[in-house]
Design a protein. Structure first.
Length: 345
């Protein structure tokens, strides 16, 4: 089975092709990605209308590129998958519309995929794929969640953010520091030059006794420090960036360890854009190594939104028999769509 996947939930247009063989994990044949970062930088954030228009321009050329690189003809595609949600409504509609049009033209079924499930399963395309069951830490620009994963479509929420997600904390703190968009990666890069102990910043909900997260208070604390420093901010910026990153990472690591302890599982998957953070990877690897826990990440090139994770999630759902592709080609999108809504657990 060959699955063509299209991702268009926000500011990256991704197209990929995966192939399955029996019960084996699907194999990535080719993928292509276009980021809109440069376009949105002038506005300091994503402009939904511009994002949607750019997806329209990019998706078909990317699909042609993927087919050419994989050596696969369009008629050989068995299923066309697309991101149904969550995300920006207009951007989602582009991917859904193109996928259903392709499916109708080819006479092949289509499948709408949950964006976060794509992230959650993306480490299965890595050189060190996980095995079920495991704990999943989903950390992206808009989501921070801990899930217990028993199998494809079998997810149990253990904890989630009650306000800002970790990615939002990175981005908003970066903006307070005067860093360019996208703020999260810029803050992490600057943090490598600073002292993570220079500023005493809060670790929200670290000792709450549950597995929920909260990062809005940290953003407020960073603002307070920025105002205190005033003209000295420039010379202390790297230290404040490092201290901010350290606070976020400590909460993520300790909550993840607590989830592992409560579940008695010995395997954790980290996925989403923040999963590429070097400090998070280093500290989680060290902490889990002491406990005999395996940690799995997506390849760095697949941490951001991409078509490969959408094609993979569709293929794995079809393999597991938890969902069937359809050929009626009527579609909708779900800008707000909790991951728990698709679980069979």
């Amino acid at each position: 089975m060959i699955v063509l996947g299209i991702e268009s939930s926000c500011d990256e247009t991704g197209v990929a092709l995966v192939a399955t063989a029996g019960a084996q994990v699907p194999v990535l044949r080719a993928h292509a990605l276009h980021s809109q970062i440069e376009m949105h930088q002038a506005y300091g954030g994503v402009v939904p209308e511009l994002a949607s228009r750019d997806h329209i321009r990019r998706v078909l050329p990317l699909a042609q590129q993927v087919l050419a690189e994989s050596g696969c003809a369009l008629r050989e595609v068995d299923v066309v998958a697309y991101t149904r949600g969550p995300g920006l409504a207009g951007a989602l509609l582009v991917g859904a519309g193109v996928a259903c049009a392709l499916g109708a033209a080819l006479g092949k079924p289509v499948l709408g995929v949950h964006h976060l499930e794509g992230h959650l399963l993306s480490p299965f395309l890595s050189q060190d794929p996980p095995r079920f069951p495991f704990i999943a830490l989903l950390v992206s620009g808009g989501h921070t969640q801990l899930m217990q994963v028993e199998g494809v479509g079998r997810y149990r929420m253990l904890g989630e953010t009650i306000d800002d997600a970790a990615g939002e904390a990175f981005d908003k703190s970066a903006k307070l520091l005067g860093l360019s968009y996208p703020g999260g990666p810029a803050l992490s890069q600057l943090a490598q030059q600073g002292d993570p102990t220079a500023f005493k910043l809060p670790r929200p909900l670290l000792h709450s006794g549950d597995l929920d997260f909260s990062f809005a208070g940290l953003k407020t604390a960073v603002l307070t420090q920025v105002n205190k420093l005033g003209p000295q901010l420039e010379e202390r910026k790297a230290d404040l960036a490092a201290s901010t990153e350290a606070a976020i990472v400590e909460v993520l690591v300790k909550k993840s360890l607590a989830a592992l302890e409560r579940s008695a599982l010995d395997r954790i998957v980290v996925a989403g854009g923040v999963g590429a953070n070097r400090r998070l990877r280093a500290q989680l690897d060290a902490a889990c190594g002491k406990r005999g826990v395996r940690v799995h990440y997506p390849e760095l090139s697949l941490c951001t939104d991409n078509g490969a994770m959408i094609a993979l999630a569709a293929a794995m759902r079809l393999q597991a028999g938890v969902q069937e592709a359809r050929a009626d080609y009527a579609f909708d999108v779900k800008p707000r769509w909790p991951l728990e809504a698709i679980t069979s657990a």
